[in-house]
Design a binder for this molecule. Structure first.
Ligand SMILES: NC(=O)c1ccc[n+]([C@@H]2O[C@H](COP(=O)([O-])OP(=O)(O)OC[C@H]3O[C@@H](n4cnc5c(N)ncnc54)[C@H](O)[C@@H]3O)[C@@H](O)[C@H]2O)c1
Ligand SMILES: N[C@H](C(=O)O)[C@H](O)COP(=O)(O)O
Length: 354
């Protein structure tokens, strides 16, 4: 399991931004509500009329209950929604930059609610980075970086984790337990990755990862396995010098501080059960190095957690899936995992007062 079995006993709701309105986010939320598996105290943030139209189009029997931000009804079977109005009507599968500000407004409302103590945690359904950029936000690269700036912190860490506890019957992940993968670099072109792997960055991200594995996941002394950047972790400098010049000195410095760090290890064999045994998290150097493995192991059974924030934020392990939007066939499993994990992390924070 990712964390202990604490369930949220906070009186505060967990808020879920419904994401890109042309994507699958709105219907995944409606599907969970229609299946009756949304935990009480879950509130959606989005356009109520869009959600009603999407429910009707998909034949989902869900009563959308519009509430004022900060309020939510208890004991009802519908989907409580804090309203944010679309700028223009949304069509499933068809992106519209005019709604970029709507998507960001849903995020701002969720952050505000967490900061004001009106919500215990926030969960984000997928947004489409490209259309946010085209909608007038050229520096936008993703929720993770946007939340870092919105919360006024210097650094955050993107970590995705499988949660087989919620999918005990799934055969897809045959490793030594749940897999957690954090990233040194996130959303930047592959061409720029090597230059972004600096001593400073590797040490900062590793320290944040270890601190939040302790603080949020209750792991007293986390063991972190670190990937090399180059094939065969650089082959002693013959296949790239980043390991010798940057990563090994950074990991040596972290070990000298008392951290339990393995590596750098060749990334192609690090993700095998023998190497993962006893490891609490893998630190990958770049997005697809780590997330391809994580998603192979548990797509639909994993969640994305932003570490280093003053609030709890989880998200799905997938994107807007425009090819599936409006069809009612997308898998809501990851959204379910993300909501359950947010509740557990919020409960842990509450009990530990962290
Ligand atoms: N948490 C997030 O906000 C988040 C996460 C990942 C990607 N994205 C964004 O989503 C957009 C599309 O990205 P992409 O095409 O790389 O990835 P994607 O996850 O949207 O789609 C990749 C493939 O997975 C399938 N898929 C995705 N979610 C699924 C689900 N719930 N059930 C079944 N199949 C599913 C899609 O149909 C597609 O074939 C991009 O703008 C990307 O940046 C956002
Ligand atoms: N890197 C994430 C993934 O592949 O699932 C995704 O793009 C979401 O990132 P944000 O949470 O930063 O939007």
């Amino acid at each position: 399991m990712l964390v202990d079995t604490l369930s949220s006993d906070s009186a505060l709701p967990v808020v879920v931004t419904t994401g890109e309105p042309a994507g699958i986010g709105p219907e995944l939320m409606l599907m969970l509500a229609a299946q009756g598996i949304l935990p009480a105290g879950t509130v959606a943030i989005g356009d109520p009329d869009m959600l009603r139209q999407r429910a009707a189009a998909l034949g989902l029997s869900v009563t959308v209950i519009e509430c004022s931000p900060g309020e939510y009804p208890s004991g009802t079977h519908g989907l409580p929604v804090w309203p944010v109005a679309l700028n223009e009507p949304a069509t499933p599968g068809v992106l519209n930059p005019a709604n970029a500000d709507y998507v960001l407004a849903t995020l701002a409302l969720a952050v505000d609610a967490c900061q004001k103590g009106q919500a215990a945690a926030m969960v984000t359904a997928p947004l489409h980075k490209g259309v946010i950029i085209e909608g007038g936000h050229p520096a936008f690269t993703g929720h993770t970086e946007w939340l870092r700036d919105a919360c006024g912190v210097d650094e955050v860490v993107m970590m995705l984790a499988t949660d087989t506890a919620l999918h005990a019957a799934s055969p897809s992940w045959q490793g030594s337990g749940d897999l957690r993968v954090a990233l040194v670099t996130t959303h930047l072109p592959l061409r720029n990755v090597a230059d972004a792997i600096t001593f400073e960055r590797v040490t900062r991200i590793s320290r944040l990862l270890a601190a939040d594995l302790q603080r949020q996941f209750g792991i007293a002394k986390p063991r972190i396995a670190v990937c090399g950047l180059n094939p065969h972790a650089g082959e002693d400098g013959h296949l790239g010098r980043e390991e010798l010049d940057v990563i090994i000195p950074a990991l040596d410095a972290l070990r000298a501080e008392g951290m339990d760090i393995l590596g750098p290890l060749p990334a192609d064999t690090l993700f095998t059960p023998r190497h993962l045994a006893g490891v609490d998290a893998v630190l990958a150097m770049y997005h697809d190095q780590g997330l391809a493995v994580l998603k192979y192991a548990g797509f639909g059974q994993a969640a994305n957690i932003t570490l280093g924030l003053p609030l709890v934020r989880t998200s799905v392990d997938h994107g807007t899936a425009l090819d599936l939007a409006g069809k009612g066939v997308a898998d809501p499993g990851s959204l379910n995992v993300a909501i359950a994990l947010a509740r557990r992390l919020a409960a842990r924070r509450l009990s530990a007062e962290i």
